[in-house]
Design a protein around this ligand. Structure first.
Ligand code: MSP
Length: 654
């Protein structure tokens, strides 16, 4: 049995958990569940990082002792996991006595081997990052992350001979492509390592300056640098060196972090492991930032989204789906409640929810609520099965590489194909024509595929997946699911089993009313849930009528009709398509359009569209865009704007 050890960073206890922490926890949980379904033995670790300057200062400001303060905030992080439907196997705290002993053991070992020495150092110290910066690393004299001026500190300290392992680390990264992923971060680390001599790492703080830390076993006047202490949590949690867990799960470690802490994980940690005589971890998986209006979400910037409020409003399953679907692995993503509501309505209420609602209702209407027996398979059934097989394989391959957005995109090809299959096979007509054998096959094909979709969704939406399976008359049983075989398995759903009459797992949601600015502390308004058939309009931004414009203003717009000659996914942005439109010019125009969540490239090719042809060119995520494709939309649908009949390419809209 393969072993899969997955970790989140251990979070600092200087602030309450926010959406950024929730996301890494959800991603780790989804990976842990995915590997469990794939038949691996999985172990999921999270926890809190409690020593160092940052915590000492925060506790002082709160008028508490560091330990009291850490106890309180650590509790909030411990409570975060169940709120977002995550089930870690272990929650570690760096103030746990066992962890402290392990850190001291490793320090002693590395000291005795000669890789820790005493020396003097002067450097630019950022208290936010708890690390020294070299002149070269600062941006206009400021910390690149906190945008604050670091303090120059010169003092005697202990150093870890990190420089000694530079060559080994470069070779290791080159020989193991999965060691740091996605590739852009691997390249970033390689270019950092290859750009010059790696410096040794200062791993102590004099007690005269800081007492809140783990005492060095070989010098009681110093405490351990917080990163050297924190990184060791990944092995102390497994009871290194002799614990059974350690023997089982090391080096099968798959760390998940955001790009803010790439260097400590990609450079400090593997060299520390090497110096301590331990094998390197298996993979470091680096995701981007959740941004709010183009800025990283962080407590110090005061722009945090509270995960609890999102879960209370939309439910844990839907919230998890949005985050895992929206963020392309390695890239930043913007969090807006509008985007969340849009995606929940499009993917969950319209696609998945609708599929469940109609299929269950039809099973009741045509087969008394029992799974029918399939008869002869038609060409269209085989085609759907083939598409489903590829969609599920796509899900599994992408998920295994942490590309959850692409994995879900692949699975949704099946969800959408199922709705199309229902439209095309028209069970209502088969019923009217009394073609019950064919109707039985059609409904069986749909229900069995729904079961497959529900099983695949367990890592992403555990609660909803269990309910979907229950609605299909299948109690959730982990031991019976073998995900790697699932794309090809057929006929698991037993004929004659009763299914639920209704689903209603994913009702349409509405944006909560904006909080009036005066009532800053007013409680968040609940999203109103409404029935799918009486969907209220999504609020259109901006609210209220726009100002009148003069005809001459309108004349400034150069609107043209053109034919889409090609369309493909943007290499670096999930929501964007790169579309080439023939506008009667020498070359087709390249337009980057934010349509990927509503249209697949095939939907666009060959269609005539309306383009704003004189929009100033700009680059969108690195790809040049010269114009904009117009659409018309309401709460339900987005449609391409086009002329009522064929028009020559380049034809003017006036
Ligand atoms: N204590 C260190 C980690 C030590 S691990 C041995 C630390 N803690 S932290 O509280 O600052 O957490 C940073 C991590 O929180 C990020 O790497 C990421 O996992 C998560 N995130 C915090 N803000 C985030 C965003 N805005 N977006 C995405 N993830 C975010 O660093």
């Amino acid at each position: 049995m393969n072993r899969f050890f997955v970790t989140t960073p251990i979070f600092y206890v200087n602030a309450k958990p926010h959406l950024g922490h929730a996301f890494t926890t959800i991603l780790a949980d989804a990976q842990s569940r995915f590997h469990t379904l794939m038949g691996d033995e999985s172990y999921f670790l999270t926890g809190t990082d409690e020593h160092g300057d940052k915590i000492a200062k925060a506790s002082e400001a709160a008028g508490q002792s560091p330990k009291e303060y850490a106890d309180q905030i650590s509790g909030l992080f411990r409570d975060l996991a169940p709120v977002v439907g995550a089930k870690p196997n272990q929650f570690i705290r760096t103030t746990d006595p066992d962890h402290i002993k392990t850190v001291q053991k490793v320090l002693q070992k590395v000291y005795e081997s000669g890789d820790i020495y005493f020396g003097e150092y002067g450097g630019h110290y950022c208290f936010g990052c708890e690390r020294f910066y070299t002149e070269k690393e600062l941006v206009d004299g400021m910390c690149p992350d906190h945008k604050t001026k670091p303090e120059y500190i010169a003092e005697k300290n202990y150093f870890f001979r990190m420089s000694k392992y530079q060559g080994w680390l470069i070779d290791h990264i080159n020989e193991h492509p999965e060691f740091i992923r996605p590739a852009r971060y691997r390249n970033e680390v390689l270019s950092l390592l290859e750009s010059g001599a790696l410096e040794d790492l200062c791993i102590s703080r004099p007690k005269s300056r800081l007492t809140w830390g783990i005492e060095l076993p070989f010098d009681p006047d110093f405490v351990c640098y917080v990163w050297f202490d924190a990184l060791l949590n990944y092995v102390s949690a497994l009871n290194y060196p002799r614990g059974d867990k350690f023997k089982k799960f090391w080096p099968a470690a798959n760390h998940i972090v955001a790009k803010d802490i790439l260097k400590p994980h990609a450079v400090f940690w593997p060299t520390m492991l090497k110096a301590a005589g331990l094998q390197p971890y298996q993979s470091l998986n680096v995701h981007g930032y959740w941004l709010v209006r183009d800025t990283k979400m962080s407590k110090s910037l005061g722009n945090v989204v509270e995960p609890k409020r999102m879960v209370d409003t939309y439910g844990a399953s839907a919230f998890r789906y949005f985050l895992l679907r929206e963020m392309a692995f390695g890239s930043d993503a913007s969090f807006t409640e509008e985007a969340l509501v849009g995606r929940l309505n499009a993917d969950l209420a319209n696609d998945l929810g609708n599929l469940f609602n109609r299929a269950l209702a039809m099973t009741h209407k045509y087969f008394d609520g029992k799974v029918p027996s399939p008869a002869e398979e038609f060409q269209e059934d085989a085609e759907l099965k083939h598409l489903g097989l590829e969609a599920m394989q796509g899900f599994q391959e992408n998920f295994a590489e942490f590309r959850t957005a692409r994995g879900l995109e692949s699975l949704w090809e099946l969800v959408r194909a199922l709705n199309k299959y229902i439209d095309q096979t028209a069970p209502w007509t088969l019923y009217k024509n009394k073609q019950m054998a064919r109707l039985g096959t059609v409904m069986y094909v749909v229900l069995e595929h729904m079961r497959k979709v529900a099983v695949h969704l367990w890592p992403v939406m555990p609660e909803a997946s269990v309910k979907m399976l229950e609605q299909l008359g299948m109690p959730f049983d982990l031991d019976k699911i073998v995900l790697p075989k699932e794309p090809e398995v057929w006929g698991v759903l037993e004929s004659g089993v009763a299914v639920a009459a209704t689903s209603n797992l994913f009702p349409r949601v509405e944006l909560p009313e904006p909080t009036p600015p005066a009532a800053k502390e007013a409680p968040a308004l609940e999203a109103k849930k409404s029935k799918a058939d009486k969907a209220p309009k999504e609020p259109q931004a901006p609210a209220g009528p726009l100002e009148n414009i003069e005809f001459t203003d309108f004349q400034k717009l150069d609107l043209r009709v053109g034919t889409v000659v090609s369309a493909e996914k943007h290499p670096d942005a999930d929501k964007l398509l790169v579309v080439k439109v023939a506008l009667g010019e020498a070359e087709p125009r390249q337009v980057v359009a934010g349509l990927a969540d509503r249209f697949s490239p095939e939907d666009l090719v060959g269609k005539q569209v309306v383009v704003v042809a004189n929009l100033a060119p700009r680059k969108l995520r690195g790809v040049q865009s010269q114009g904009m494709i117009l659409v018309a939309k309401d709460a339900e649908v987005t449609r391409l704007l086009t002329a009522a009949g064929a028009v020559d390419d380049g034809g003017k809209v006036a």
